[in-house]
Ligand binder design. Structure first.
Ligand SMILES: [Zn+2]
Length: 271
């Protein structure tokens, strides 16, 4: 599942690929992903140009010159490509947006949990559908003090807090596991038991790991690909996610299902 670094990589690639390109044709080959795709055909996109592409949470948001935004989420298996018209359509490429440079924006999603809609801007300049989501982990608002305050009175495990999009958005399963390992905090710990020092460490490590993952073009675990089809390189740098032994102490790792997602941790190094 594409997480924040992958969405950031996709948004940066799309920014280069879409900027100043005019839309010449829209084709929809399947009725719906998470929401219906037919409205894309009636959105009056032909003749509009892209101004660029940005990321918010795990969404890529491509700005149009009429103030609206093509908003996309990659679900479990969404892949975006921008390729020449001559490349044949792949089986699960559900939407084609033809561009004035002869290339085609293609949205592929075999499992169809993705999202692709034209949205109006809300008051904050982001799509209306993204209102009410939490702070960006790489922003100045995400501090140890912020996390400490957010954790007070919360009985759920710290892993669920770190992955709660209403608190901080875009830290998914892989990066939550890596962040808590680097911070020496067990994912099972009750959030309200975190100390301020531990919150500082979690925030510091989350930012460092996310930045490093962005530099690597994200993590390819199964389906994820960058816009150019390349794999993310961060998988080679994972320390705890999916590991059998701890890279620090060689103790066998432990697995637990927290909030419906499998978590790896070292029972020796994380408490
Ligand atoms: Zn260990």
């Amino acid at each position: 599942m594409p997480e924040l670094p992958e969405a950031e990589s996709i948004a940066r690639s799309l920014d280069r690929a879409l900027k100043k390109r005019k839309i010449t044709k829209v084709e929809v080959f399947f009725p719906k992903l998470r929401t219906p795709l037919e409205p894309l055909k009636r959105a009056g996109l032909v003749g509009k140009s892209f101004l660029g592409c940005r990321r918010r949470a795990r969404y890529a948001v491509a700005d149009l010159d009429d103030g609206r935004m093509l908003t996309m989420h990659f679900g479990m298996s969404g892949v975006v490509r921008v390729e020449p018209e001559s490349v044949p359509r792949r089986k699960h490429e559900h939407v084609f947006i033809h561009l004035s440079d002869g290339r085609v924006f293609r949205f592929e999603d075999p499992r169809r949990f993705g999202f692709l809609e034209v949205q109006k801007a809300g008051k904050d300049g982001w799509p209306e559908c993204l209102a009410g989501i939490g702070v960006e982990p790489l922003s100045r608002e995400f501090t140890g003090e912020f996390l400490f305050n957010a954790s007070r009175g919360r009985k759920k495990p710290v892993k669920e807090l770190v992955m709660d999009n209403a608190v901080v958005t875009g830290i998914g399963n892989i990066y939550a596991a890596e962040t808590l390992f680097a911070s020496g905090v067990s994912p099972l710990r009750r959030a309200s038991d975190l100390t301020r020092t531990e919150c500082d460490a979690i925030v510091r490590n989350a930012k460092r790991i996310l930045r490093e993952a962005i530099k690597c073009g994200g993590t390819t675990v199964s389906d994820y690909r960058n816009v150019d089809g390349s794999e993310g390189k961060f998988a080679q740098k994972l320390k705890i996610y999916g590991m059998k032994t701890c890279p620090k102490c060689a103790h066998a790792t432990a697995k637990a299902v927290i909030g419906g997602r499998t978590s790896w941790f070292c029972p020796n190094c994380q408490s």
